[in-house]
Design a protein around this ligand. Structure first.
Ligand code: GLY
Length: 257
């Protein structure tokens, strides 16, 4: 399941045309692409990296933190040093042409307000469940476009951008990280499932909590997905326009050969 979660989001991390995940992401206000990611197994193990630069697959470094260290989270230069020690090549932190053009356009106005961010805030969160009930999840992002240098959002924070408990289910968020961080929305959703909510009800409780705690909720977007260990799922968002994919294709052993 960890392989499914990691490899699933690696596809998006490798896509330089994606403006909010991986090295093609939109930069911070100083022109640096900084990446955050986390991974969690249903048995409670978790790994995370924040504020890393020049790393093609931060999700893989997050998994290495989980599997190769006694820690859950490494940040910035320490995370980059760890990645290099694991044999990962660190690239120069250059911008794609599209990201540079968007940054230069932003520099003309330097509008610091976080905007409702539906199209360019597609952090990827993935929840995986196999036929034995094993669960895992992954979440990875370049974060809020034109954020302050050093800003970290919800995506690498266990319980904010992602939470998985194999006894119950998992949840993952996309959208304005500050709103998710203030409510630990994925932890909330999983705990709601634990006391009997369906995944859909759990997602709605989490989004309503965000709305209740953010008077300016009309100006922001958060979307949440939840997957119960029984295979049912739910999704909810503040604003319309939040799309997600669900795949319940049953694969046979032969399809992995
Ligand atoms: N949800 C991604 C971020 O706010 O950084």
């Amino acid at each position: 399941m960890l392989d499914a979660a990691e490899r699933g989001v690696m596809v998006i991390e490798a896509d330089d045309s994606n403006g909010s995940v991986g090295l093609g992401g939109l930069p911070d206000r100083d022109g640096n692409v900084t990446l955050d990611a986390c991974i969690m197994h249903g048995d409670g193990r978790a790994g995370s990296v924040c504020f890393v630069q020049g790393i093609r697959h931060p999700i893989s470094v997050a998994r290495m933190v989980m599997e190769q260290t006694p820690h859950v989270m490494l940040v910035g230069k320490g995370a980059e040093q760890f990645a290099r020690e694991q044999g990962i090549t660190q690239k120069p932190n250059t911008l794609t042409d599209a990201a540079r053009a968007a940054w230069q356009k932003w520099l003309a106005e330097k509008k610091y307000a976080a905007v409702i961010n539906i199209e360019n805030h597609d952090t990827i969160g993935l929840l995986a469940l196999d036929q034995r009930g094993t669960m895992a999840g992954a979440c990875t992002t370049s974060g809020l476009a034109f954020k302050m240098h050093g800003r970290v959002g919800d995506s690498p924070i266990i319980g904010a951008g992602l939470f998985v408990d194999g006894d119950v289910g998992g949840a993952t968020c996309t959208g304005l990280g500050e709103a998710v961080l203030r409510t630990l929305a994925t932890h909330l959703a999983v705990e709601r499932m634990r006391i009997g909510d369906t995944p859909q009800q759990a997602c709605e409780v989490a989004i309503k909590r965000i709305i209740a705690k953010n008077p300016s909720w009309r100006d922001l977007q958060v979307g949440i997905l939840a997957l119960h260990r029984d295979g049912t799922h739910g999704a909810y968002s503040i604003q319309p326009g939040f799309t997600y994919a669900f795949n319940d294709e049953v694969r046979t052993a032969a399809s992995y050969l």
